[in-house]
Design a protein around this ligand. Sequence first.
Ligand code: ATP
Ligand code: MG
Length: 266
Amino acid sequence: MIISCSNEKGGTGKTSTTALLGWELANLGYKVLLVDCDPQANLTDLMIKTKSQENTEITIDPSLFALLINNRNLKDGIINIKDNLSLLPAASDMNMFSRWVDKQDLAEKDKVTYLKKALEPIKSDYDFIFLDVSPTMSLTNDNVFMACDWLIIMLQTQQRALLGAKNFLEYLQTNLIDNFDAKVDVLGVLPVLTKGQSRIDNSVLKAAEDEFGQDNLFENVITAMERVKRYDLTGITENNKNVWDKATHSVYTAVAKEMINKLEAK
Ligand SMILES: Nc1ncnc2c1ncn2[C@@H]1O[C@H](COP(=O)(O)OP(=O)(O)OP(=O)(O)O)[C@@H](O)[C@H]1O
Ligand SMILES: [Mg+2]
């Protein structure tokens, strides 16, 4: 099953949530692959820092872009991070994918399903494949959404986020579902709380409930945690004696379990 945590805004916790959801699902025994489709390569950095805690040297060769344009099996780029968790890393050359695929002598639909086709040979090797996207609308991101079975819409509890989420869903409907018969569906709207603004948090959550329906909103929310920011520097840590690690992982584990329940109910 292929999933992406997405929205149309930058810096809303897509990459951190993707990494930590993948991490917790791997802990729960599911086989997980994280695919970095963002030329910023934040997910790649985070997971490589995580793996480097074991003092292993890691090189990214070939990059996702190189595999895609040479029609190679994506398996050739996969790096193991820990039990049940692997990474298909990106480098900045992923910047060129949109232009490259657009220039190919392909029908429009084949241009937007290029990544989907490339993922097909490895899809059944994993319980979950997460695709991490950049915050810009592009042919690369269209490729990501066309490849997905499910999207988790990240909703930051800020005034404009609701409109952003609605625009994003409209974009998916008109550009990908209506035009190209995308099979992607929304698994749920996952609230990401903004620190110290509980009044706004609550009013945005209430409005989201009215807009999307209570059933479509995750009950578990992502709270603001300093430890998540620290992981950007240190890599993900999971020391059972550390109260911050424990608190952080318990938030993402709850979301991971709710995600499984939602999938089973579909
Ligand atoms: N739950 C959280 N609590 C506190 N900080 C967080 C949390 N989730 C993410 N962050 C921090 O917020 C920043 C943006 O997060 P992240 O990179 O995951 O967002 P993004 O949506 O992937 O950004 P982009 O759109 O640039 O890809 C990072 O510094 C990250 O450490
Ligand atoms: Mg990101």
